[in-house]
Structures are given as structure tokens and as C-alpha cells.
Ligand binder design. Structure first.
Ligand code: ADP
Ligand code: ZN
Ligand code: ZN
Length: 737
């Protein structure tokens, strides 16, 4: 009966079911295994789907089934446990299975391309190249840049990557090869990195670190979640590396998830230097081909370590034995559109199914994870002191009520900056708003430039002379006269990083200033270049947005000024305070890492705000305990579970009408323990020309919420009013936008 086997296929279309097909011509169903790709007819076209299972019966009846067109793989791309994790995720996040399965595959494989051969042409530094100082190559600037690039990226890069950063540069690479600084290599799987000309420095773990390592390694091959809660600089990364080494020694593969890697090249570099095994790097700075090769190397078990961003959580790893999520509080682990999964949470699910330990690390753990540590679901590992000799920075509040600010900086802070500059130290100023100023306003009538498509003000970017909406991306030339009163006195109001840089350049004319934000780092490689310049000490003043808060070590920064905390204190989102506290703590952690102690100054007009107070006096841990009590009193997550239904349409009526109908349906389903909040207009009701509304569903029980969603969502899809809106559901939403 084998020839009658039916193929159940996940097809990447926005529909919630799988689709049944018969085997393609000439293919014996016996040769088919779940996880193989098939080209199947769909509608009038053809899609690349993944075989989930072989069954003997179809609801449709065998006669009406179509044949698949073609089998694409001789071996499965995904193993049975990979598929099970994806099925679990599709169900939990209520997302179409075909799309979920597709998101686990590298882009080229998703599109039905044949698997690529392994190995890409690339270049790596020789020990001489590692030693060579790029700054000494003033007369060969492009060589200096490439040298710097390779040094920043942990020694080897594919030729395609180098071209992407530097443009076509074959002859320059040849010249550098002749000088003995680089040599060609294969970088499909980055093999052991060229040594830095000496033994890799290993540190002796301090007692707290050792305790953490022992706690995890004792668990061996059973599932246990750990929260590695350690202040910045306490040596979390060293703990990871010790654990990775012991997992590798036991023949296991290790999965390491990190936030956006473009922002933290140093972490990657440290791992590559220390851990001398083939490593698969999966992040957006790599080409599709490179990512696919890294993915395949992991799936074949050749790459012992997978280091990647969010979607790397789905990488097949036959020998997986340890999962690490670094900076677990980071928002980038949650996908905010389409398949809205949390890579951190799926990492836990994956470790549980695989029965291996999982470590969530952070200096500012999410309230969810701290709650899990309190209840004992996670083992709580604390690193309370900075490793080595570094002392933690001192935090101070700077009351700026009725103080005249210049570019958002108080005279006291200016004085402190002056002192640090004179002492030859670096100062970091943090302002989470890019552009020149967040407002352009008419001096005569008070008109403010607003986006035509959003309920939002336009940000003025002086450098490019445009008004720019940071929400929908639309831009226009800056107005010359006020459209309301025809007055000509249009003035920027408020501070952005661009304006801050301008003011600082006037105040400190002889001091090197560097700005790091999305505008100044738009070109590929420019972030690396700027970070390199900072480390070489070329700049004394560093200013930037949250890009500066992430994982960089600035050992010569002795003063951190946080300029605009107040806007974060009163955000529309109940998580605003948590995010602000994390940001302040993370930025603070950049200071005084080495022998020089650091100082952090928080400017605020609300010095008595309980959040600021607790945070500054008693640290993030104390803040988090207070914030958890507030959440408990308000029955907000992590004390309850939420799903957010978002709807948008071209009128403000349609999303509300749909959500009203949806709520009626849900309430009629008599879900006992589930509450409905809304519908309400989204905090920014109009965005990119659409009107948006929300319906929040909340329950004390995750199970109850899931049961409701399972019955409710299919019925919502049948609503008449659903046809006039675009809508989605977000399980465990992280942002209420
Ligand atoms: P985190 O990841 O918690 O921010 P790191 O692991 O990056 O901390 O450590 C901070 C610094 O302290 C690094 O320069 C690291 O090499 C150093 N360090 C970590 N552990 C030790 C140790 N046990 N002894 C000496 N130095 C250490
Ligand atoms: Zn006007
Ligand atoms: Zn807009």
C-alpha cells in the first residue's frame, strides 16, 4: 500500500493548515522522509514546501489530491525534533505552519534552490597581519581599512564580505597578500582562527564564576534553566566560554543566541579567538550563501558552535547539548512582525525537549526571568562583583529642575566633562533620539511639522535637510515658510544626537567627537570603523543612542552622562520603566571597565521618581523587585499572560468594528478565566496611512489563554468584518505599539 501514501506538506502560504499531495512521478514514497523539500502545485503556481509526515488517509479523498511536482532533496533538511519544535511554535504563536517551517530555513533553501557546496573563498590574517598596526599605514589607506576590518572581525572574512564593506578591492588584497599580512582561505565554516601569535589568554575563574560553571555542568544531560544574573563586567562571557569548552569536550554542539550582532562584533570576536572549533555564524551581516553554508555545517554536525541572532534558534543541531542566550532581556529576540516568536522562549522549549541545560544571561534580566528565578523554575546564578580589578561605576542623580540646559546638557555636567577631557579620559553621552531635533516649530504661531501618514511629529535632520518620520520612514524637504501663517521663523525644538554633536563641537573645538547612531552608521562597516577609532583613543567625546548601550567595552570611558531619562518614565507602555532601567544600567556598565573607575550621571527633572531613586540608590536588582510588586498588584505579566490582537484599515471605524465583533465572539465562548481589554485605538492610532486598534486578551493561566485562542481565532477568520482589515495576533507581546 506504500504507493498510496499521502504527503502532508507545510506550504508557505498564509493559511493555517498543511496540504496533502501524492508523491511526484518516479519517486517511491519509501524514499521520502519528513524534512525534505518538495515543489508542489499551489493555486496557479508552484511553491516550495517541506514534507511533515506521510499518512494513509486524507480528508479530501485520494482521488482529488494533486501530485507534488518534484522532490528537491535526497536527505531531510530538518530532523524530526526540529519539525516538532516548529509545530509547537506554530501552535503556540498561532501562526501558519508553512510560514513557520520556511522561517527555519536559510533564504536560498526556502526558495527551492539546491543546497550549496560548502566553502567560500575568503581571506584571513596571518600572524604578521594580526600584529600589523593599521594606523602605521597612512600611505595605504585602503590596506589599513581592510586590515582593520579583519582585525575587528576575528581575523577571517569571505571575499564577498570584504567587498561589501570596502568595494571591489582584488588588487589591494593581492598586495596585502604579497606583504605577508593575509592569506586566502575557505570560510564556509570558519575553521580555527589564526592564532594571535601567542597562547590564548585564559583567566582563572573567580569563586562566583566557578560556582556558576559547576552548577551548570553538574546538570550534565538533563534539562534545567539557569538565569546568569551578573552586573556588566562580572565575567558572564567567561562563564559561557568555560561551559562551551566543557560541552565541546563532551562531544556536544552549543547554540549561542545573541542580540543584533552588528552591534556587538566584539563578543563574536572573543568567542572566535577563544574557542578553537568550527563555528557557524548566523546573522544578517552575512550573505545568504554564507548563512546557508554555516547552517548546513551545523545541521551536518560539523560546526560545533552556532552563534547567531534570533532565527538561529531553529538551526538543526544533531548533537546539541547546551543553549546560551546572552542579553536575554533584549527586545530583538522577539520578532515583531509576521511570525511573532520569542527566540529566548523557544530556546527554553528547545532545551527542554532536547533535555539539556539552557542559560539565560544578563546584567539586567527581564522581569519575566527574574520572576521565574524567584519561583525556582530557573536556578538563579549571581555574579555580584566585577571581575578582575574593575570597580562598578558610581551613579548619581543630577537634578535639572529650573537649570538652564545647553543642548540638553546642564552646566554641572559640562564641568565634569571638561575635567575628564583634561585628564585625558573619555566621556560617553547617551541620548536616545537621533536626528537634529525631534520637532520643527513655527516661532510665530506654534505650528509643528507632523507626518501626513502617522500621528507623529517629524524629526528634523539638518545634515540632509529633510524632515523624517521615524515611524513610517516618509521624508520631505524641510519647509521654508510656515504652512499655517507663512511666517519664516521655523525653529528646531528639542535635542537629537545630530544637534548635540554640533553644540559639542562648538564647546570643545579641539576634542575628537564621535557620534554613533543609526544615521552615522548607515553604511556597512562604518560602525566597526567608528568603534575601532574609539578604542584607539582618537575621540574623547562619544555620543550616541542605544547602539552605544550594547555590549561594547570602552575601558577609557570614565564619565557617562544620560541626558533624557524623563521621556522613558512616563511611556504609554507598562514596560517603559523596565526598558529605561535596563538601558540606564547597560549604558552605565560601559564605564570604567579597566583600572579607571567610572562615574554615571543621570539628568532628570523627576529626581524623586521612585524608579529613578531605587535604581540609582540600590541598583537594577532592587528596582526589579519593586517593579515586580507593581506588576503583581496590577496583575500584569509576568503575573498574567497576554495576547494582543492588532487590526488596521484605511478608516478608523473598520478596525474597531472588527475587534468589537471579535470580542463578542470571544466572550460568547465563555472563556472563564480570560479577560478582554478594549478595543482601543493603538497608542499611535494612525501610522503609515492606516488606522490601528488593539484588543488585549489576558489570563492568569497560560493554558486557558491558549485554549481560548485555539477556538477563537479560527472563528475570527470567518467574520465578515475581518475581510476589511489586516489583523494579527501577538502571543506574549513585548511592545504595545
Ligand atoms: P560580562 O560578560 O559579564 O560583561 P566579561 O566576561 O566580558 O563580563 O568580563 C569583563 C572583563 O573581565 C573582561 O575583560 C574579562 O576578560 C575580565 N574577566 C572576566 N573574568 C575574569 C577573571 N576571573 N579574572 C580576571 N579577569 C576576568
Ligand atoms: Zn506659523
Ligand atoms: Zn509617518
Amino acid at each position: 500500500m506504500l504507493e498510496n501514501l499521502i504527503l502532508r506538506v507545510a506550504v508557505p502560504v498564509p493559511l493555517y493548515s498543511c496540504f496533502d499531495y501524492l508523491a511526484p512521478d518516479g519517486v517511491d514514497p519509501k524514499d521520502l522522509l519528513p524534512g525534505m523539500r518538495l515543489l508542489v502545485p499551489f493555486g496557479r503556481g508552484e511553491r516550495c514546501g517541506v514534507l511533515l509526515e506521510l499518512v494513509v488517509e486524507s480528508e479530501l479523498g485520494v482521488e482529488s489530491l494533486k501530485q507534488a511536482n518534484k522532490l528537491l532533496d535526497a536527505e531531510p533538511l530538518l530532523g524530526s525534533d526540529d519539525l516538532e519544535l516548529l509545530l509547537w511554535a506554530a501552535e503556540y504563536y498561532r501562526h501558519p505552519i508553512g510560514d513557520v517551517v520556511a522561517s527555519a530555513l536559510p533564504v536560498r533553501l526556502r526558495k527551492g534552490k539546491p543546497r550549496a557546496a560548502s566553502g567560500l573563498p575568503g581571506w584571513r590574517l596571518t600572524p604578521a597581519g594580526v600584529e600589523q598596526n593599521p594606523d602605521s599605514l597612512a600611505r595605504a589607506p585602503r590596506q589599513a581599512q581592510i586590515l582593520h576590518l579583519l582585525q575587528q572581525h576575528g581575523v577571517s572574512l569571505s571575499q564577498a564580505d570584504i567587498y561589501r564593506y570596502e568595494g571591489e578591492c582584488r588588487s589591494i588584497l593581492r598586495a596585502m597578500e604579497q606583504r605577508g599580512w593575509i592569506e586566502s582561505c575557505d570560510v564556509g565554516v570558519p575553521k580555527a582562527v589564526a592564532s594571535k601569535g601567542g597562547p590564548v589568554v585564559t583567566v582563572e575563574l573567580n569563586p562566583d564564576q566557578q560556582k556558576a560553571v559547576d552548577a551548570v555542568s553538574q546538570r550534565g544531560d538533563i534539562f534545567q534553566s539557569f538565569l546568569l544574573d551578573g552586573i556588566t563586567g562580572s565575567g558572564k562571557t567567561e562563564v559561557y566560554m568555560a561551559l562551551v569548552e566543557s560541552a565541546l569536550a563532551a562531544g556536544r554542539q552549543v547554540l549561542i543566541l545573541v542580540p543584533e550582532i552588528g552591534l556587538t562584533p566584539q563578543l563574536m570576536q572573543r568567542f572566535q579567538e577563544r574557542i578553537d572549533v568550527p563555528m557557524a555564524l548566523l546573522h544578517s551581516a552575512r550573505s545568504d550563501l554564507e548563512r546557508e553554508q554555516a547552517w548546513s555545517a551545523a545541521a551536518r554536525g560539523e560546526a560545533a558552535v552556532v552563534l547567531g541572532t534570533r532565527s538561529a534558534v531553529f538551526t538543526p543541531m544533531p548533537r546539541l547539548g547546551l543553549v546560551i542566550v546572552d542579553e536575554e532581556h533584549d527586545l530583538s529576540f522577539k520578532q515583531q512582525d509576521g511570525f511573532r516568536y520569542s527566540a529566548r522562549d523557544l530556546a527554553l522549549v528547545r532545551a527542554q525537549r532536547r533535555e539539556c541545560p539552557v542559560i539565560l544571561g544578563s546584567a539586567t534580566p527581564s522581569l519575566e526571568s527574574l520572576r521565574n528565578a524567584q519561583t525556582g523554575r530557573y536556578a538563579h546564578l549571581l555574579l555580584l562583583e566585577r571581575a578582575g580589578n574593575a570597580v562598578p561605576p558610581r551613579l548619581d542623580i543630577l537634578d535639572i529642575r529650573s537649570v538652564h540646559l545647553d543642548a540638553g546638557i546642564s552646566p554641572t555636567l559640562f564641568r565634569m566633562m571638561q575635567e575628564e577631557i583634561q585628564a585625558g579620559n573619555q566621556t560617553l553621552l547617551f541620548l536616545n533620539r537621533r536626528g537634529y531635533s525631534p520637532l520643527l516649530s513655527c516661532y510665530d504661531c506654534g505650528w509643528i511639522a507632523e507626518c501626513r501618514r502617522c500621528d507623529a511629529r517629524l524629526t528634523y535632520h539638518m545634515g540632509s535637510g529633510v524632515l523624517w518620520c521615524h515611524h513610517c520612514g516618509s521624508q520631505r524637504r524641510v519647509d521654508q515658510v510656515c504652512p499655517e501663517c507663512k511666517g519664516e521663523k521655523l525653529k528646531p525644538l528639542g535635542q537629537g544626537t545630530e544637534r548635540l554633536e554640533e553644540v559639542l563641537a562648538v564647546r570643545f573645538p579641539d576634542v575628537g567627537i564621535v557620534r554613533i547612531d543609526r544615521d552615522s552608521t548607515r553604511r556597512k562597516g562604518s560602525l566597526q570603523r567608528l568603534l575601532g577609532e574609539i578604542h584607539q583613543g582618537r575621540h574623547k567625546l562619544l555620543l550616541g543612542t542605544q547602539m552605544l548601550a550594547k555590549g561594547h567595552h570602552f575601558p577609557n570611558v570614565t564619565l557617562v552622562g544620560i541626558l533624557d531619562v524623563d521621556q522613558g518614565l512616563f511611556g504609554a507602555d507598562y514596560r517603559a520603566a523596565e526598558r529605561m532601567a535596563q538601558l540606564i544600567t547597560q549604558v552605565s556598565g560601559r564605564a570604567g571597565r579597566a583600572e579607571k573607575p567610572g562615574r554615571v550621571v543621570v539628568q532628570t527633572r523627576h529626581p524623586d521618581h521612585p524608579l529613578i531613586h531605587t535604581l540609582v540608590r540600590n541598583g537594577y536588582g532592587a528596582f526589579a523587585m519593586e517593579a515586580l510588586q507593581e506588576r503583581q498588584a496590577a496583575l500584569l505579566p509576568p503575573y498574567s499572560h497576554q495576547a494582543l490582537v492588532r487590526a488596521e484599515a484605511t478608516t478608523d471605524r473598520m478596525p474597531r468594528a472588527f475587534l468589537d465583533d471579535a470580542m463578542e465572539l470571544g466572550q460568547a465562548m465563555g472563556a472563564g478565566d480570560v479577560e478582554f481589554w478594549g478595543p482601543v485605538p493603538a497608542p499611535m492610532e494612525r501610522r503609515a496611512g492606516s488606522f490601528r486598534a488593539h484588543l488585549l486578551v489576558q489570563s492568569n493561566s497560560r493554558g486557558e489563554l491558549q485554549r481560548l485562542l485555539a477556538g477563537w481565532l479560527p472563528q475570527m477568520r470567518g467574520l465578515k468584518s475581518a475581510r476589511r482589515v489586516r489583523w494579527s495576533v501577538d502571543v506574549d507581546p513585548q511592545e504595545m505599539l
